[in-house]
Design a binder for this molecule. Sequence first.
Ligand SMILES: [Zn+2]
Ligand SMILES: [Zn+2]
Length: 438
Amino acid sequence: MLLKTTLPPDAPLFTRLCSSDVLIVVCFLHQTLISHSSILLYSLLLVNELRLLTASHRVISQHLVFALVTTKRLVTLNVNFNFLKAQWARLRVVHVHSAFWALRVTFVLFVQLSQSPWQEGMKQVLSSSCETVVMLFGMACVISHITHLLHRAIAAFLCLETDTEAGSMGATSGVLFFILALQTGLLGMGPEQKLSRLYRNCCLLLTAVLHFTHGLVHPPLMSLSASHSSSLHRHSRALLVAMVLLVIPSVWLRWLWAQHSVSTWLLAMTAFSVEIIIKTLVSLLIYGLFMLDAYLSTFWESLDDYVYCIQAAGSSFEFICGIFLFCNGAWIVVFESGGVIRAVMMAIHAYFNIFMQAKKGWRTFVLRRTAVRKINLLPQATAEQLREHDDVCAICFQELTSACMTSCKHLFHGVCLRKWLYIRDECPMCHHAIFAQQ
Ligand SMILES: [Zn+2]
Ligand SMILES: [Zn+2]
């Protein structure tokens, strides 16, 4: 038989057949045969996949690079990817693989439990659940289903409308799990090693889920505080999720450090967890400041500076974490286990989490510095001018207790005008240049 199974060699042929990846071929053939197009394409993909099954993970990584190159070529050849996407949805690739995985794991479970003691059997089941590329993909599909459900549950709890992006957390964690497994060479490992690797990968995945959760709870926290919403249960629910995001990583970190000795994995886990805690703290602090502002009757001029400082501190910390994780990854590549996939992932991490972050942060900083300088050049309105003006600030519609005067004699809060300057150099009222005389 082409494919390896965990079953004893003397098992009946039907049993061996059912437990092997041949099932997936049957599922696909069934689906493809009832359709009229794309049979060729999927058979090709399938043959390719079957070929991969017997290959070691090193071959797979070479294969992936090859696939990437081919994809690039296809893009330049202007192949319609909507077609592939439609086929992906129509053939229910994710559902078929999940069902296949669940079926096969159940099957192995029955066989193992009837043969070996409970604990040993479970170990065998776990290690066989990610035995081949197809099984690994099936597992990734199941994980993506679970995280998708989790995403919807959290969104419902936070009273968010489930939008079209609701699947993003599910899809991303599925892909992440799959890449992580290939990157760490899960397929080529022995049962014991595989189990410990699987556990470590799942821990990393869980921190990613916590990061997603923060991404879910941050916008409602900001909008609730900024819009001065009085809906108590929405506030308390958002705050509860934020508290959970503070408690889980801290308790977890303490437990991990007590259980494991220092390793690159533990350091990466620590960096990820601390990052979540810091991000959540930043969200909560800004939320607190906005809430305080809502209860103050006067215009709080320095609020914007506080918010900027907190955000800048948070972003700097995230940036440091990014660099630390990069060094950690470089250490793994050089001293522990190299590989094309890991190197590619590191390059992606370096580009998005380090380079782009630094560029964005620096741009915001420069923009703000120039705006502050420009505002300082404008004259402050005198008490008499303010009395004469007798109106609110045209940008924020709040009372003017102090104001800057533009060259066109319009009055605004310094902070409001500064934010406006990030976008354009004209007076928001009359569209004259604000700095005509300079
Ligand atoms: Zn204003
Ligand atoms: Zn004006």
